[in-house]
Write a protein that binds this ligand. Sequence first.
Ligand code: N01
Length: 505
Amino acid sequence: MSTATPLDVAIIGGGFAGIGTAIRLKQKGISNFAIFERGARVGGTWRDNTYPGAACDIPSRLYSYSFAPNPNWSHTYSGSEEILGYIDRMVDDFALLPHIQFGHNITGVEFDEATGLWTIAAAGRKRNVKARSVVVASGPLANASLPAIRGIETYEGHKIHSARWDHDYDFTGKKVAVVGTGASGVQIIPELVERAASVKVFQRTPGWVLPRFNRKTNGLMKQVYRDIPATESLARQAWFWGHESVALGVVWNTPLTRVVEMVGKAHLRAQVKDPWLRRQLTPDFRAGCKRLLMTSDYYPALQRDNCTLVTWPIARISEKGIRTVEGIEHQFDCIVFATGFDVSKTGTPIPIVGRHGRVLSDEWSGGAYAYKSVAVAGYPNLFFTFGPNSGPGHNSALVYMEAQIDYLTDGIHTLLEQNLQTIDVRRDLQDRYNERLQKKLAATTWNSGCKSWYLTEDGFNPSMFPGFGTQFANQLATFELGDYIATSAENAPTRHIPRAAPALG
Ligand code: N01
């Protein structure tokens, strides 16, 4: 059974991308939309990642939307709580709450050729919702991933994943292990050494660590940002161009990559005096290949008396702790897994069935691809945020997200205003776009030989955009209907404006 009147837009996910999409739709006069959120509050990755020390390593003025500026950021870089507060505030300021359906875990979307509508199904709900267009805004870092280490299920102590923090667990006096030294691990470790009796850090691959200088924004500056909004926008521009300039050394494997590495090595030398520890912490891959780690607290934390770095590979997890390959069993009260996320690079976040029963996860089995990261031929009126090849290595993900949101909401606006039944991206354009993209990726640091969550097992890169943020935004600056095959809607559903988003019963 389905609800009678179709939505104009169904947005899947109430994180940064879903909320940004909703704001832009409203600003374009589209209000017949719903956000389906599986959790009980908005915020996505910033709702889920509440581990101690969780913060963004991109300056807040740039890690926010230009259409929702915040003059009140407390520091250059903000913690997760402040970022979550910003997302909550956007919901209030743009009156989005009536559009949000919480507790709706979308289990699949399917296109119907006859009506030109998508059917959206949610777990445990008998009724489906129909929508003329869908925005998949569920994000790549939504599903926490425990590593497939032998014996992990036999461990009798406490297990915590960084993205599912247990705030009731008291670390005081505890023997703790941290597995993983990526962007999350390096933020957690400095906090845990303050609380636990001992911390052993299990490092598989040392990353490139660059210093991060966080400054408090004083009251006067906040006042200036509030009173003269142009200053806030100027500051954002300055941060943007500063990050853009880093692309030359981080995105591409160039002589400037060596300069980034020199900065990383100088930081290591300045903070770690012991040559053996320095050696253990020295990366053996090009800077930028894996995500750069921005922290000035990590190396000092590792050298605290109660902290030990373990570089022997893990053989298995036992009932009492972690056994490394040389045969030592390290015993713990608690193991913290900062081991990242289950990123769907070769499938789709939810089952997506397009024209003539085609299944997107089958088409993406060798690696995901799309046209300009947002649309896929054969799946009309459906758009992705943070879709294939939209990741930056050097700039703010929100700048990239904003460009996608503006483009796809223009597309939806065109669909509705011209009363089209479908807009389906041209396959020839999509193929040409991806051929060029993959050629360009070959010259980037991400494809220079390390293993990361950006790549599939076969080394295909469906994650990152090989260029400057400016190029990414420019390619999405105008929604060209000519790039799509459009069909008119003789019997397109009549639009109506509901008072609140429909729940799936
Ligand atoms: O996850 P990761 P993360 N045995 O996948 C190790 C964003 N983020 O949660 O490098 C032993 O990067 C793994 O080792 P290796 C950001 O986009 C942003 O830290 O694969 N170790 C690695 O050290 C980031 O890229 C912010 O050899 C194992 C770690 O676990 C993304 O989230 C802050 C293992 C996983 O690192 C993910 O970051 C935090 C095993 N079996 C996160 N399996 C900002 O500030 C995995 N590892 C914006």
